[in-house]
Design a protein around this ligand. Structure first.
Ligand code: HEM
Length: 592
């Protein structure tokens, strides 16, 4: 068996581990050698074949049957009851295995040995899983990179690369999605975002590309406009007309984006704005599932076990049931509009093999998950930053008023919106400071490729790379001056001649010394990711954000609600793979 042909150094490590753990119990003789060899075989199989916990038969074979042999042979060494002796032998087996794994991970022979990182992170992925549960992984990764430099080992087999120059090689050829995606999506037909095979990804992505080409996105405008109007009307009804002092804008924007993605993905299904909340309980399922998914993705080896936990599996079942019902209803009724679902189901019949129901359910559900929180948290972030910077708010209001005067209809001209320099600068600056996917852009070399070189780093098979956007977007080498401050002007340099509203002094947003040099590294700015698996919905997301920002600013005078401390915003932001935000209480007054 080739897998049993371990390199000498691995055998040495395993022998040391076995000797350490077993020597107090089993004397140095043939039995101990047999025991060590069985343990080595199990370790080798795990390293080379990586059977995960969903391969139940393999697990039983490796973790139960294999240790039974030495356990039976070694009974003679224990002067206790046979049952206790067997239990002790199994305990020794698991201890030796763990010890040898830890020794190997800390040894100089590990492929990532030369990269610095916290000790616990080198030993186990439980470290990142634990940090994820706290919701501040973006801050943790920033501190780690400040302490250790651009390359940090954040897991036994995982390296975080905060080096803008390496973005193209980390996220393109030969680097499909990493192991976290298998852990997140425990289905046999994964959604587009979780597909690791390059060919299968390209096949499924072609549908999404059709769904988001410029003609298709144009076709979605009526649905978007209808929902945008509904948002404005509901906000007016619930604040201005009812005399209510304030409203949680973040919640309402989230209702809006979920209703809209429901329309897009399944031709309807949510009415959060109409109901003023989550009557069906579905939105709550989505929101509460975010944290468990973010934790589970960090520990692929035990993910199938965690997915079996009642509160996790209940959420998954509910999501699936919703998908199945919507697909059934939609298939029965046919398409009324050319929405995303129309393309996912291939109603144009451009594909040789029709998409299966499972693919449609998987991708439709993905659209709601990928398209709602990302956009709504960014939109809420935009308002948080604008309200914290009243001068910028006024500048944007002037720009919008000039193109879409308050009494002259809705700001629905998508082309005109895309050309408003300050609006786009504000959106970019928010995506820079608060990227919707802040940390875990994970990729791993293609299976059978033997690994991939990224700059000077050799990423061997079984090793994953993370590109932490939150960290890169705040590096002074990429964005200077004041990389941590909200300063939309950094995006206006090319637009200087076109914009009449220049330019807020940097001293107003930062105390940092500034000698006139401005660095805005556009190549480093990839809030929608990069390469073949970049964000499929980028065009729609930008259109949606431009319309909502312009519409709210055109219609309302918005202020933080009295008593709200803006410092709470950063405190409530949680990195749950996608950023999740807290409340944004505001007061609204009608402008027209
Ligand atoms: C501000 C809004 C958004 C941002 C910042 C954003 C960002 C991203 C990022 C960074 C990824 C890549 C994740 C990775 O590399 O692992 C991604 C993937 C994806 N996004 Fe978005 N997204 C946004 C909105 C949307 C919307 C509205 C949709 C519409 C359905 C969408 C659909 C997708 C899909 C389908 C993928 C997977 C693409 C693939 O794997 O080929 N996103 N998004």
């Amino acid at each position: 068996m080739r897998v049993l042909e371990l390199p000498f150094r691995d055998v040495a490590l395993l022998d040391v581990a076995c000797a350490l753990v077993m020597s107090p119990f089993i004397p140095e003789n043939n039995d101990r050698t047999l025991t060590s060899r069985v343990f080595q075989a199990v370790h080798a199989i795990y390293r080379h074949l990586e059977p995960d916990t969903s391969a139940r038969f393999a697990q039983v074979l490796l973790l139960v049957v294999a240790p039974s042999f030495p356990a039976a042979v070694s009974l003679q060494h224990f002067e206790v009851s046979p049952a206790f002796a067997v239990l002790a032998m199994f305990a020794l087996f698991y201890l030796s295995l763990t010890a040898s794994v830890i020794l190997y991970r800390l040894s100089p022979w590990h492929p990532l040995a030369k990269y610095p990182g916290p000790l616990f992170a080198k030993i186990s992925k439980f470290w990142v899983a634990y940090r994820t549960s706290k919701g501040k992984l973006h801050i943790d990764f920033k501190s780690l990179h400040e302490q250790y430099g651009p390359y940090v080992r954040v897991g036994p087999n995982e390296i975080s690369v905060a080096d803008a120059a390496l973005i193209p090689s980390a996220l393109t050829d030969g680097m499909p999605k990493g192991p976290m995606w298998k852990a997140r999506t425990p289905t046999s037909v994964p959604p587009l975002i979780a597909i690791r095979s390059t060919q299968e990804h390209a096949r499924r992505r072609s549908r999404w590309n059709r769904a988001f080409n410029s003609a298709s996105v144009k076709g979605y405008e009526p649905v978007l406009q209808k929902r945008a109007l509904q948002l404005i009307n509901e906000l007016e009804k619930r604040t201005v007309s009812s005399g209510s002092p304030s409203v949680n804008l973040a919640e309402w924007i989230s209702f809006f984006s979920t209703d809209f993605m429901g329309d897009m993905a399944f031709g309807g299904g949510f009415e959060l704005m109409r109901d003023g909340g989550d009557k069906e309980g579905f939105w709550t399922v989505l929101e509460s599932g975010m944290r468990s998914a973010a934790i589970i993705q960090q520990v692929p080896s035990i993910a199938p076990l965690l997915h079996g936990l009642p509160f996790v599996s209940k959420n998954l079942r509910r999501l699936r049931k919703f998908g199945v019902e919507r697909v059934k209803a939609r298939k029965a009724n046919g398409a009324l509009t050319k929405d995303l679902f129309y393309h996912l189901i291939d109603e144009d019949k451009v594909e040789k093999i029709a998409p299966t129901d499972t693919e449609i359910i998987s991708d439709g559900t993905l659209a709601i998950i990928a398209g709602s929180d990302t956009t709504s948290t960014t939109l809420s972030g935009i308002f948080y930053y604008l309200l914290s910077h009243p001068l910028d708010y006024q500048r944007l209001q002037r720009e919008i008023d000039q193109s879409f005067p308050p009494r002259e209809g809705e700001p629905f001209d998508v082309l005109k919106l895309s050309e408003l320099p300050f609006l786009n600068a504000v959106i970019n600056e928010t995506l820079r400071l608060q990227p919707a996917v802040p940390t875990y852009l994970q990729r791993a070399p293609e299976s059978g490729s033997g690994g991939k070189r990224i700059g000077d780093i050799l990423i061997s098979e079984g090793t994953a790379v993370v590109v932490p956007l939150y960290v890169i977007f705040r590096q002074p080498s990429c964005f200077f001056p004041a990389p941590n401050a909200f300063w939309p002007d950094r995006w206006m340099r090319d637009a200087v001649k076109r914009s009449p509203y220049l330019s807020e002094s940097i001293s107003e947003v930062s105390d940092e010394k500034y000698d006139g040099e401005v660095i805005t590294n556009s190549a480093a700015f990839i809030p929608f990711s990069f390469g073949p698996a970049n964000c499929a919905g980028r065009a729609l997301a930008l259109t949606e954000m431009r319309i909502i920002v312009a519409f709210l600013i055109q219609r309302f005078e918005i202020k933080f609600a009295p008593g709200y401390d803006p410092k709470e915003w950063e405190g409530h932001l949680e990195d749950l793979f996608v950023f999740s935000c807290g409340p944004l209480p505001v007061t609204l007054a009608m402008r027209v």
